[in-house]
Each structure stands twice: as structure tokens, then as C-alpha cells.
Design a protein around this ligand. Sequence first.
Ligand code: A3P
Length: 296
Amino acid sequence: EVEMDQQLRPKLIDFHGVSMSKYFTDNWDDIQNFQARPDDVVIVTYPKAGTTWVSQILDLLYFGKTSPERQKTIPIYDRVPFLEIFIPSHPKGTELADQLTTSPRLIKTHLPVQFLPKSFWEQNCRIICVVRNAKDCAVSYYHFHRMNNIQPEPGDWSTFLKDFMDGKVVFGSWYDHVNSWLEKKETYSKLYVVFYEDLVEDSGRELDHLCSFLGLCPSPEEKESVLTKMTFENMKKDKMANYSTLTVMDQKVSPFMRKGKVGDWKNLFTVAQNEEFDEDYKEKMKNSTIKFRTEL
Ligand code: A3P
């Protein structure tokens, strides 16, 4: 803990053109040489897009029936290892993933497309990319910075928003991340995209789509059970899903399971910030056909 204390609030570094922090680059060789297995399922997101939500959903779909004790006793970050994380006195994400004996392995990453270990492509793994509108992502990421001491200091909201728009946050530009992952869909058929907004709007429908991508056929009872366990309210009070077991996060500052809504950005963006954001967004996304919903 002492060692950790000295390293909180890391600096942002420029890593091959992407803003990162050392906690996600210090283990780079192991990450790049990571050996995928053909049945691995990768959950890839820009931070705050709904990574934990989809991780929990997949864990329930694959193991909820066969080993229900898993969700009750093992924290989500051990069930679904975070590939690139490497913080002192904690096991590396790559080690946790290597040690998984369950099949398939569920592996989480925030890496931009050009950094994904090549083994996942070679093994033709299924990849689920969760995306969320930029405004809600920015707000959620801001609160996450405030409460999570392994993120750089966010400054105040207007400073953070500017950094977000400039891509000067950990894992780089939302715009580049989302655009390059979505482009990959055109050439890699085992990439499936889920919108956070769609999941909020109709979880049952999205669960069916996910299952058909994964080749799973849960019974109506199993599906009902997943739908109950994946709600915001249930995940918020679930110690194995809400990150309350991690000391680097101060949930008194802001809970990890914060609001779980579409459109919360309206509570933080000023009218002027919103106008500036929209104008900049149009420019940065001008080559994209993708439409995000910022309200339901
Ligand atoms: P908010 O901060 O807007 O509440 P990630 O897991 O990628 O870090 O994303 C975290 C965001 O997903 C948080 O958003 C969190 O509340 C939301 N989230 C987590 N579980 C959820 C659920 N079951 N339903 C809706 N939103 C959820």
C-alpha cells in the first residue's frame, strides 16, 4: 500500500501517439505477446462505455447456470481480467488472463485497435465492442477520474472536457478510438458492436442479439435471470460487480455505479460547452456514418 500511495495520480504520457498512463503500458511486452485462445471473447471499449455491464452480462450468460457461485464470490475484475492493467502489488492483467481455466475466457481491454495483441486476430476471436455517446462518456470519465486515484488528476470539469476533446486523457481520443474500432467491422466479421444506449433502451432485445452473435441459446428462465441480475440497481449493490473491493477507488467521492443513465451530460455541460462540443464533434466525426443517441 505504501508503494502504491507514492504512485497515485500518474502523469499522462504520449505512447506511440496515444495518451496513456504507465499503468497500462508498463507491461507492454507481455501485452503484445499475449497468446489468445480461439474461443476467447474480448470486450473492448473506450473507458466508461459500459465495460463492466457487458462483462457481467457475458459472465452470467456463460457461467450463470453452470457455476452461479462465481458471480457471488469472485470480483468482476478477476472473472474478466483487464488485459493491459499493471499496478504495483496487484497481479498483472495478462497473468490473470493466462491463469483462467474457464472456457471461454472473457477478457476486457480499452486498447485502441492498433494496439490489440495480434494473437486475437490470428486466432479469429470474437470481439464485442461496446460504445457510448461521447457526452455521457466524457461526464462518466470525469467522475471516474475524481474517484479513481490511479487516473491522472482531472482538474475541474471545463479543464477535463477540453482534455477529453483533445484526446489528452488515458486511452486517448474517444473519436479516434470509436472511429477506428467501428471501421474494423468492415474487414473483421467476428466484431460485434453494442451501443450502451440500446442496452438501456431494451436490454432483452440486446441480449438476444448478443446471444446470436455468441451462438448461445439461453432458456427463457436463464434469460430472465440474466435480465434481473444485470440491472443497474442490482449491480450497484453487488459487491462483486461494483468495485467496492478496490482501495484505489474512493466511492465516497463518486460511486463506480454512478447513475447508469443516457443523457446525464445535461447536468454538467453548460450551454456554451455544448455548442462548442457539437461543433468540434461534427468536424472530428465528419467521415463517420455512425449515429449516437445522446438522449432516449
Ligand atoms: P455512469 O458514470 O454514467 O453512471 P465502465 O464499466 O465502462 O467503466 O462504465 C461505467 C458506466 O457504466 C457508469 O456510467 C456505470 O454507472 C454504468 N453502468 C454499469 N453497470 C450498469 C448497468 N447495469 N446499467 C446501466 N449502466 C451501468
